[in-house]
Design a protein around this ligand. Structure first.
Ligand code: FE2
Ligand code: FE2
Ligand code: FE2
Length: 164
C-alpha cells in the first residue's frame, strides 16, 4: 500500500468518525435548546460524509454488490469472533462495566449482521422484500417488524425504528 493509500484510509476513518461525533453533538445541542447549533453540526456532519465517501471511492473499496456483501461479512465476522471478544475481556479485567455492556451488545449484533448479509448474498437475485427494524438501544437488526422484546438488550418494541 502506498503512503497516499494509507493516508486515504486514515482520512476515511477520521472523516467517518467526525460524521458520527457531530451527529451526537447535534443531538446534545438539540436537547440543550440550541437548535441552530444543532443544525450546523448536522450540516458539517453531512459534509464530512461527502469527504469520507470520496476517500473510500478513490481507494477503490466500493466494488460490486456481491463483493461488497462479502467484504461486509468479513468485517462483521472479524468483529464478533475476535475484536469484541478481546475488548470484552479487557473491559472485564479493568472493571469497566459500561464498556463491557456496550461491547457485548455490539458483539451479539454483529453476528446477526453477518447472518443477514450472508442471507442477502445467498439470495441476491430474489431477496424477499421486507423492511428492517433497528433497536435504538443495542443496534439489534431484524426483518418483518420489531419483536415484543429485543432479544439482545430486552428493550420494548417501541425502542425499534424502521428502515425502508
Ligand atoms: Fe472533512
Ligand atoms: Fe455490524
Ligand atoms: Fe436492543
Amino acid at each position: 500500500m502506498t503512503k497516499t493509500e494509507q493516508n486515504l484510509l486514515e482520512a476515511f476513518a477520521g472523516e467517518s468518525q467526525a460524521n458520527r461525533r457531530y451527529l451526537a453533538f447535534a443531538k446534545r445541542a438539540e436537547k440543550e435548546g440550541y437548535s441552530q447549533v444543532a443544525k450546523l453540526f448536522r450540516a458539517v456532519a453531512e459534509a464530512e460524509t461527502v469527504h469520507a465517501l470520496t476517500h473510500l471511492r478513490v481507494l477503490g473499496q466500493v466494488k460490486s454488490t456481491a463483493e461488497n456483501l462479502g467484504a461486509a461479512i468479513e468485517g462483521e465476522t472479524h468483529e464478533f469472533t475476535s475484536m469484541y471478544p478481546d475488548m470484552i475481556d479487557t473491559a472485564k479485567e479493568e472493571g469497566n462495566k459500561a464498556a463491557e455492556l456496550a461491547f457485548s451488545y455490539a458483539n451479539h449484533v454483529e453476528k446477526v449482521h453477518a447472518d443477514l448479509y450472508q442471507k442477502a448474498l445467498d439470495n441476491m437475485e430474489a431477496l424477499e422484500e421486507t423492511d428492517y427494524y433497528v433497536c435504538s438501544v443495542c443496534g439489534y437488526t431484524c426483518e418483518n417488524g420489531p419483536p415484543d422484546r429485543c432479544p439482545v438488550c430486552g428493550a420494548k418494541s417501541q425502542a425499534f425504528f424502521k428502515v425502508d
